[in-house]
Write a protein that binds this ligand. Sequence first.
Ligand code: FES
Length: 207
Amino acid sequence: MPFAFLLFTFTNVSFYPPKINQRFSDAKNAGKLTDANAVGFGASFVCGSFVRFFLHIDQETKSIAAAKFKTSGCGYAIAAAEVLTEKIVGKNLTELHGLENKDLRKEIEAELELFPGNRAHCLAICFNALHESFADFRTRQISEFAGEKALVCTCFSVSEETVEQIIAANETETVEEVTAFCRAGGGCGSCRFLIQEMIDIRQMENW
Ligand code: FES
């Protein structure tokens, strides 16, 4: 087979499925956001790649004004980060419904088609970076909070006292139950671990 033909063949065959390839080769949100106020990092022990998310969240409206990412990952990671950043821009924190990984995966796969099992870590690093970004924003919000009662959920301004009262009065056993009562945990989801901890402490006290 002539060398020129071989070269033509290889340069025209993508290593990735078409939708992944299209997002990977035209990643509009790749890069750093200089005015980010929420930054998160995700890394994989499987392949050693990492991703960093940069979000700018409007302090007044609590909507995501801009999102970008940087990654050392493969085309799958780049495509997933591109779709995720695209989907969250313009959303208000109160519209995020706790950001469960299974829902995020559904959204990404609706755009890019199913990720094979050996690429699950490409998604996982993006999810971790996104969750960490919102946790970072929550930490910054709490450090600037000047109110009297400690906040648990900054997305819905729900205090620790309110969550404690709800858990005690209703014997709630899950974060979802607490969310149903006061909306805490139903935004970016970064307070959910704290709500779960409060439920666990209450249950241990009742033992
Ligand atoms: S801090 Fe975002 S859902 Fe509670």
